[in-house]
Write a protein that binds this ligand. Structure first.
Ligand code: ZN
Length: 375
C-alpha cells in the first residue's frame, strides 16, 4: 500500500489525496501561530518502481514563492545521501516527479538536520576536553538550548560567536556548523590549533530546536521569528534569543557569524551591518576583507550578489547581525547559503548539499584566521 507520512522529527506535510501515485496531492503545513511555510519533509512508502507525481498545492502561498523557480527537491533512501529530483513549478503548484527504487523514500525541501542528529553533533563535540557544553536555557517545548564553548578565556583572547538556524527550515546552517566544528576540533589541523590559542569560540549549533522538531520554516513554538527579536527579547515569547543574548552580554563579542539559508538567491553571500547608526568604517572593512578571503579560499562563495546594503542609520535593529554589531561593536556577519544551487559552481546531482556546507564551514576558519589579529 502506498502511504505518505510525516509524523517524525522535522516532518511536515498534509496529505489531501494519495490514492493514485500518478497524482498525489499535498499541502505544506504552516508554522504554528504563523503564516510562514515552505519547509516540507515526508516519507513515501510502498511505491517502488512506480512513477510518482507529488503536487504541493499551496506552493504559491509559501513564504518565498520565488524560491520555487529553478528549484529541485531533494530525496534520499537512507537519509544519509540526498540527491535532487525533477521538480516543476507551474500554476502556483510544485510537482515532484520520481520513480523510487525503494519502498522507503524521503523527500524534503533541503537535506534535513534532525534534532536527533543535533544531539549526536553536540555530544560528540563535548567529548573533546577543550569543549564545554552548557544548556543555557529551555525552549517553550522544553528542549535544551545548547551552547558549546571551545577553549578557555584568557587576557588578550578574542571572542568569536557562531549561531545557526534561527530559522529552523534553513538546515544548511547546521550542516555548516558540523563542518566548522569538525575542523576546529581537529587536533591535526595547525590552523585550528593556532586559532584556539588566539580566541575562544562560542557556538550555538541550533538556535531553534522547537521549530526544527516541529518542521517549521521560520519560527519557534510560539510563532516568533527569532531574527526579529534581538532588540528586546522576551523570555515568554522567545527564550532562545533571550538566553543567548544574555550569555553574549557576559562574554562580549569581537566577531559573530549568524548562519542562514536563502530560499530565493542561488548564491553564497554575506550580509553585513552597513545600516547601523554608529557604523565604524574600519570594522566594516574587516568584514569585507573576511569576504574577500573566503571567496579566494572557496569559489562556492562570492561577493557580487546578495542583499542590498541599507544606508547608515536605517538598519532594522531587531535583526541579530545589526543588533550585535551595535551592541558589542562586533564584526557581525550573516552568512547565507542557497536552497537551490550556486549558479557559478553548480553540481546538478546534489545542488547545494550538506558536504558543500561542511566545506564552507572549514573555509570560514581560514577567513577568521585572516582577520583575527585585527579584531
Ligand atoms: Zn534565515
Amino acid at each position: 500500500m502506498v502511504k505518505i507520512s510525516s509524523n517524525f522529527d522535522a516532518g511536515n506535510i498534509e496529505v489531501i489525496e494519495a490514492e493514485n501515485t500518478g497524482n498525489i496531492r499535498l499541502r505544506i503545513r504552516k508554522d504554528h501561530n504563523s503564516d510562514f511555510y515552505q519547509w516540507f519533509y515526508f516519507r513515501l512508502s510502498g511505491a517502488r518502481g512506480q512513477l510518482c507525481a507529488m503536487t504541493i498545492e499551496n506552493a504559491a502561498g509559501a513564504a518565498y514563492p520565488d524560491g520555487w523557480e529553478n528549484y529541485q527537491a531533494v530525496a534520499s533512501y537512507d537519509r544519509e545521501e540526498w540527491f535532487r529530483v525533477s521538480t516543476i513549478y507551474h500554476d502556483g503548484e510544485i510537482t515532484i516527479q520520481h520513480i523510487p527504487e525503494s519502498d522507503s523514500v524521503y523527500y524534503a525541501y533541503f537535506a534535513p538536520y534532525s534534532m536527533e542528529r543535533h544531539h549526536d553533533l553536540v555530544s560528540q563535540a563535548a567529548v573533546d576536553e577543550r569543549v564545554h557544553l552548557n544548556a543555557i536555557g529551555e525552549t517553550l517545548d522544553g528542549q535544551d538550548l545548547d551552547l558549546l564553548t571551545i577553549g578557555e578565556m584568557a587576557v588578550g583572547k578574542k571572542v568569536i560567536w557562531v549561531i545557526a538556524r534561527q530559522h529552523p527550515g534553513e538546515t544548511m546552517a547546521e550542516w555548516f556548523v558540523e563542518g566548522f566544528l569538525e575542523r576546529l576540533l581537529d587536533h591535526e589541523d595547525a590552523l585550528s590549533r593556532s586559532l584556539l590559542e588566539k580566541a575562544v569560540f562560542y557556538v550555538v549549533p541550533n538556535m531553534n530546536p522547537d521549530g526544527s522538531r516541529r518542521g517549521h520554516l521560520r519560527t519557534n513554538a510560539a510563532g516568533a521569528n527569532l531574527n526579529r527579536e534581538w532588540e528586546n527579547p522576551s523570555v515568554e515569547n522567545c527564550p532562545e534569543v533571550f538566553y543567548v543574548r544574555g550569555k553574549m552580554d557576559e562574554t562580549g563579542i569581537d566577531l559573530v557569524l549568524d548562519v542562514h539559508g536563502d530560499e530565493d538567491l542561488p548564491y553564497n553571500f554575506i550580509a553585513c551591518f552597513e545600516g547601523i547608526p554608529d557604523i565604524d568604517i574600519a570594522r566594516l572593512d574587516l568584514a569585507y576583507d573576511y569576504q574577500q578571503c573566503l571567496m579566494q579560499l572557496n569559489p562556492d562563495f562570492q561577493t557580487e550578489k546578495g542583499y542590498p546594503k541599507p544606508p547608515a542609520g536605517t538598519a532594522n535593529m531587531t535583526i541579530g547581525t545589526n543588533q550585535l554589531a551595535h551592541r558589542y561593536q562586533a564584526v557581525s556577519l550573516t552568512l547565507e547559503m542557497p536552497f537551490k544551487d550556486t549558479v557559478d559552481t553548480p553540481n546538478p546531482q546534489t545542488g547545494w548539499s550538506p558536504e558543500r556546507c561542511r566545506k564552507l564551514g572549514h573555509a570560514n576558519l581560514d577567513a577568521i584566521a585572516a582577520v583575527i589579529t585585527r579584531l
